[in-house]
Design a binder for this molecule. Structure first.
Ligand SMILES: Cc1ncc(C[n+]2csc(CCOP(=O)(O)OP(=O)(O)O)c2C)c(N)n1
Ligand code: SF4
Ligand SMILES: [Mg+2]
Length: 252
């Protein structure tokens, strides 16, 4: 297979990457850039918007493109404004679960409801990675975080169910353990006219893995393979996910 050279999309001055060794955000970054390359999108006509957190570093400073590194939880409003001002621009938000779903969840639901023509790619590593692995709304029940040493007493958000419930027409979820499927979902989201949403399940060995008996990236990838099961839109909407599993697929 011919793998495109993605170096042309990256700023040479940020190499090597600031991510920890084994961080899943690098796999997601690669999937996004390959998807863009496969679609032949004009990088110069794209704007990447992120909030605050390790995932927000995927586009900025890595991408040699126009990037907006905004305030925590607020990339979607910035992206909406940019798209309103210049409808020809391809606007893509890439940020974390803490950023887009926990602190910024309100903006996600209204962008989906309004069918704003942007693509949102949410890197779900299940914690606030950058600030020390605190509990997020995406942390699975019973998992250990730095703020829930006895285990998370709450249940986590199914963010694809949320996006579908808000009327999003293009919704998908895959993990970085299945990069080819993840890339295909990102491609379809980038092509979609209207609001599109991809949840990328990813790994944070430094914070989440260490606290949940998966200190190595390999163990975390194995665990993603175990928990992800193919699901349909109807199953996601019904919320009848089997205990300890997560539905993956293109749900729309
Ligand atoms: C208004 C505000 N609140 C809190 C913070 C501190 N903060 C910075 S990054 C971050 C967590 C980001 O988590 P996530 O979006 O999941 O990204 P990750 O680091 O896990 O990839 C927090 C709470 C901040 N910068 N601004
Ligand atoms: S703290 Fe976690 S999310 Fe942040 S760079 Fe390190 S491994 Fe990645
Ligand atoms: Mg996170």
């Amino acid at each position: 297979m011919n793998v495109p050279d993605i170096k042309k999309y990256l700023r040479s001055e940020v190499m090597p990457t600031p991510f920890c060794k084994g961080c899943g955000h690098g796999i997601l970054m690669h999937a996004v850039l390959i998807a863009i390359d496969e679609l032949g999108m004009e990088f110069d006509n794209m704007l990447f918007v992120s909030g605050i957190g390790c995932a927000a570093w995927i586009p900025s400073p890595h991408f040699a493109a126009d990037t907006l590194h905004t305030t925590h939880g607020r990339p979607i409003p910035f992206a909406t404004g940019a798209k309103m001002f210049n409808p020809e621009l391809d606007v893509v938000v890439i940020s974390g679960d803490g950023d887009l779903v926990s602190i910024g969840g309100n903006h996600l639901i209204h962008a989906a409801r309004r069918n704003i023509d942007i693509t949102v790619i949410m890197a779900n590593n299940k914690v606030y990675g950058m600030t020390g692995g605190q509990l997020a709304s995406t942390t699975p029940h019973a998992c250990i975080t730095s703020t829930t040493p006895e285990g998370n007493p709450e249940r986590e958000f199914d963010t694809c169910r949320l996006a579908l419930g808000c009327g999003a027409g293009c919704v998908a979820r895959y993990s970085v353990a299945e990069p080819v499927k993840l890339r295909r979902a990102i491609r379809n989201a980038l092509r979609y006219k209207g609001f599109s949403y991809v949840e990328a399940l990813t790994i944070c060995p430094t914070q989440f893995g260490r606290m949940n008996k998966m200190p190595t990236p390999f163990q975390m990838i194995e665990q993603l393979r175990e928990v992800c099961v193919p699901g349909t839109r109807e199953q996601v909407m019904a919320g009848d996910v089997p205990e300890g599993k997560v539905y993956v697929g293109e749900f729309s």
